[in-house]
Ligand binder design. Structure first.
Ligand code: SF4
Length: 377
């Protein structure tokens, strides 16, 4: 069998989207985990008022993000009481929605719905965004692929700002249910000192509520200005740190991320990654990219440079989602993503950078292909 069979299906679905009729969606939001738009909306179309699955599993355990598109040839459908996937009407394989965590129906001691505070990404990653707001939108300087503010306005499915103790309570319940084993923590725009303080207190609350001395997972803060700031993040006890530099090509980065590139240059990101590797250790630092917006050549140069510094890479597959300035555009085809990611996986493997499943893994990665490709090598 083609060892990349399920990687190819995943890449194609992320690029084309998927549709599902009402009977296939039975139980979503009750038995199965629904989308709650914890950060961005990744669907090709809005679906306010309809619960859609967050993600689903292919037969080999590959996690695929559900991206609604009524034009897609891919369809989730029911056949003899089994959930299956078809393309252009031809059956492909069985698929499974992911179970809904029990805590999604619970409230914090302050009466807030827990699902509005933290969500499970994929099969095992507890995700928190401490503030769903980015000030670049107000000045028309948002990244062209981003729909953070419009998504909150459209769905209102999460709290814009979360209280630290509420995050701790959600983490306690989520970890005790046994579904999650690491976290991903990110936020909006802050002054550096404020963000470091907030992240430190949040990790401390998660640690206190879960009993974990060192919290497994990754934080994605704004790039720190110096090594001292990175040390303060490291002192929180979090396992890993990542920086969303989005695009490797300098000129494209400036064009696609006008506000962000004004605040943080390409070189500042590179320096922050290098310093973070010194402090967090090899394999515990991530350069985060949006894949599909720059040529394969420069994307792979970025993978080579970042892994050459001892860091890892998380490349999310771009979705031209509603509310972003790229709404209505088309991403490259699934084949392009497969070619680029299998080459990226070879570069990562050759670099010898250790990949820690404790911080980030293929199970939490419905919208990236790298960790699938790495386990298939
Ligand atoms: S910096 Fe860019 S990607 Fe991040 S939230 Fe703001 S607009 Fe979106």
């Amino acid at each position: 069998m083609d060892k990349y069979r399920f990687l190819k299906i995943k890449a194609d679905i992320l690029a084309e989207g998927i549709q599902a009729p009402a009977d296939a969606l039975e139980g979503v939001g009750r038995v199965y985990k629904e989308q709650n738009h914890g950060l961005f909306g990744w669907d090709f179309e809005d679906h306010a008022g309809t619960a859609l699955p967050d993600d689903f599993l292919l037969p080999d355990g590959t996690t695929v993000q559900f991206r609604k598109s009524s034009r897609s040839p891919y369809k989730a459908y029911i056949s003899e009481e089994e959930l299956r996937l078809s393309k252009g009407g031809e059956d492909i394989c069985e698929i499974k929605w992911i179970p809904r965590p029990d805590y999604y129906s619970r409230k914090t001691s302050t009466g807030k719905k827990m699902v509005k505070i933290g969500q499970v990404g994929g099969q095992d990653c507890l995700f928190f965004c401490y503030q769903n707001y980015c000030s670049h939108f107000a000045r028309g300087r948002q990244c062209l692929f981003c729909n953070l503010n419009p998504t909150l306005k459209r769905y209102g499915s999460v709290l814009k700002k979360k209280e630290i103790e509420d995050i701790g309570e959600v983490a306690r319940l989520a970890f005790s249910e046994g579904m999650v084993d690491h976290i991903l923590l990110t936020g909006g725009c802050f002054s550096h000192q404020k963000e470091i303080g907030l992240v430190s207190e949040t990790i401390a609350a998660i640690s206190r509520h879960t009993g974990l001395d060192n919290v497994p997972g990754t934080i994605l803060p704004s790039p720190p200005r110096d090594r001292e700031e990175i040390k303060r993040y490291h002192d929180t006890g979090i396992g890993a740190i990542g920086f969303s530099m989005e695009i490797w090509d300098t000129k494209l980065y400036q064009a696609i991320c006008p506000g962000k590139s004004q605040n943080t240059s390409h070189q500042e990101f590179v320096r922050a990654i290098g310093d973070a590797v010194d402090i967090f250790g090899e394999g515990n630092v991530y350069g985060v990219f949006v894949m599909g917006l720059e040529p394969k050549k420069t994307f792979l140069e970025g993978v080579r440079a970042v892994t050459g510094m001892g860091a890892s890479v998380v490349p999310f597959v771009w979705s031209p989602n509603p509310g972003s300035l790229f709404e209505g555009h088309r991403p490259p085809g699934g084949d392009w993503f497969v070619d680029a990611i299998t080459e990226a996986a070879q570069i990562v493997n050759l670099s010898g950078v250790r990949q820690s499943n404790r911080n980030h893994c293929y199970k939490c990665d419905g919208n990236s292909l790298l960790y699938d490709a790495l386990r298939m090598e």
